[in-house]
Design a protein around this ligand. Structure first.
Ligand code: OGA
Ligand code: MN
Length: 211
């Protein structure tokens, strides 16, 4: 098992950086268990729960701009975008993702420039039908990233992320706490299967410069 950090917690280990890079270039996706510490995962989960309780999360839309519509039968998660400075836990998470951005650029030369991220909360039964994360009018999203915040998730509770790699069999990834999944936003069709309990995550995208 590779850990996210070497002796210096500020730096990704070369092994992890190269492992993610190989996965992405060979199969278009990568899974890293125990990517965040349990402590940070719990703090982020508590923050997501509290934001949900205060009504800050809203049903996400599908489509973009003028044609955006809430269609819970297509996409059933409730979300709130992260802002720098909102909490110590979120700032720590954003700092880790910044380090990951730099590490990926050293390995894959994708010119990733920005990161955007939201909390996502799927109530029992909510799902997100098969889709791509890249929009027709915005091709800047390059790598999709999901970190799961669910303590002791059981396989039978459902809620898998189902990847559909082209020409290969599907891959189901259970949303266990601290697990990181990355995939190529333009190519990887994927869906979120319904669960029998609340399913919490942080979804994000590394973006490159437009044009
Ligand atoms: C998304 C998405 C996957 C997941 O937010 O676009 O596909 O496992 N999320 O939560
Ligand atoms: Mn998606």
């Amino acid at each position: 098992m590779l850990t996210a950090f070497s002796a210096h917690p500020e730096h990704f280990s070369d092994a992890l950086r190269l492992n993610i890079g190989d996965d992405l270039s060979e199969q278009g996706w990568s899974q890293q268990n125990l990517f965040l510490s349990e402590e940070l995962t719990l703090a982020l989960a508590a923050e997501c729960q509290a934001l949900m309780g205060s009504g800050a999360l809203k049903l996400a839309g599908v489509g973009r701009g003028d044609v955006q519509a809430v269609r819970p039968e297509i996409r059933g998660d409730q979300i709130v975008w992260l802002k720098a400075g909102q909490s110590i836990a979120c700032d720590r998470y954003l700092q880790i993702m910044e380090e990951l951005r730099v590490a990926l650029n050293r390995t894959l030369y994708l010119g990733l420039e920005e990161y955007e991220s939201h909390f996502a909360f799927y109530s029992p039964g909510a799902s997100y039908l098969k889709h791509l994360d890249r929009f027709r009018d915005d091709d800047c999203r390059t790598i999709s990233v999901v970190i799961y915040l669910n303590h002791e998730w059981l396989l039978e509770e459902g809620g898998a992320l189902r990847l559909h790699p082209e020409g290969k069999s599907t891959e189901d990834i259970s949303p266990s706490g601290s697990r990181l999944v990355l995939f190529l936003s333009a190519d990887m069709l994927h869906e979120v299967l319904p669960a029998t309990r609340d399913r919490l995550s942080l979804a994000g995208w590394f973006r490159r410069r437009p044009g």
